[in-house]
Design a protein around this ligand. Sequence first.
Ligand SMILES: *Cc1c(COP(=O)(O)O)cnc(C)c1O
Length: 390
Amino acid sequence: MENKKGFETKAIRTQTERTDFLEHSVPMYLTSSFVFEDAEDMRASFAEEKQRNIYSRFSNPNTSEFVQKVADMEGAEDGFAFATGMAAVYSTFAALLSSGDHILSARAVFGSTHTLLTKYFPKWNITSTYFDTNQPDTWEALIQPNTKIIYAETPTNPGVDILDLSLLAQLAKKHNLILIIDNCFATPYLQQPLKFGADLSIHSATKFMDGQGRVLGGVVVGRKDLIREIYLFSRNTGPALSPFNAWVLSKSLETLAVRMDRHCENALKLASFLEKQETIAWVKYPFLPSHPQYAIAKKQMKAGGGVVSFELRGGIEAGRKFLDALQMISLSANLGDTRTIATHPASTTHSKLTEEERLAAGITPGLVRISTGLETIEDIIHDIEQALLK
Ligand SMILES: *Cc1c(COP(=O)(O)O)cnc(C)c1O
């Protein structure tokens, strides 16, 4: 049944379990398996005649609560939780595709997703084609008779480009394809892809969902029939989220809304400051009116998110110099943390690509990505200001 409560209430009051101790906060169920009353109970449980926990690779009260919360927040029928975001991405594709199938994916996808599509899936005769984020009129022509899935992230990493979810959903519907959106940068609070017609929404829970840089996790929510396939695949292959991490993540969701409000407020202030700096060629943030897809961002997102990207005049060298000059802000590959983090993709995460490949993925030489944290905004801006002056 659809949960009609407010977003924050769903995040806080969705409690699927309570023991005889009547604890207020959900306890941890650190157990690998569950016992049966008798032989008939065991038979009926395995036959799926009753819904109950059997083994924590299949389900566990902590993971079920986490999944239920995310499903409620996104208006989804069902979901499944994974040990990492990549386990969620991999298992979703693997559960839904067969040899000979084709994926149409946005070019700007997470690094490991790119590796999955270009290095591993071809081994099993699953092919893919990239479409360019900024040329929607070219997308439809790339659909092949064997295309099964359209895949995209919005906002994209690291360029924070925005893709039109309604347009993607229209295309998917017309050609009877499954639309999967990696909603990691937006979180369920800022964007609910299923409401625009997506079939599945995937998250790395490692990022803003945890929000404090502690645990890894992943989750997919959406259409019940697709989740059933993903569940059966995962039940047998074992990428399940640990109960401990599920407990941490479920607690984190209770504060997602207030944390995201501040991430977004800080990011917008930072982006507005950066736009005025002479040493910066351009700034991209979805809720800056200068963003090329500002109107689409406004239509499908509640606020602009925590990630800001900008281009330093002076290319690769300027990017490295900027990172070295930072005093408080962390140099880390993570994002969506309470701590502000800076990365320079051209010299780090994407250094193995050729310059041409980088440019095609929107990674210009002086591109810096900032995941705006929850420190006092004046301190964040001050650190960046002094680094720009060096
Ligand atoms: C981090 C990330 C992933 C992978 O998540 P892990 O939890 O690190 O496995 C997938 N997609 C996006 C957009 C990400 O930022």
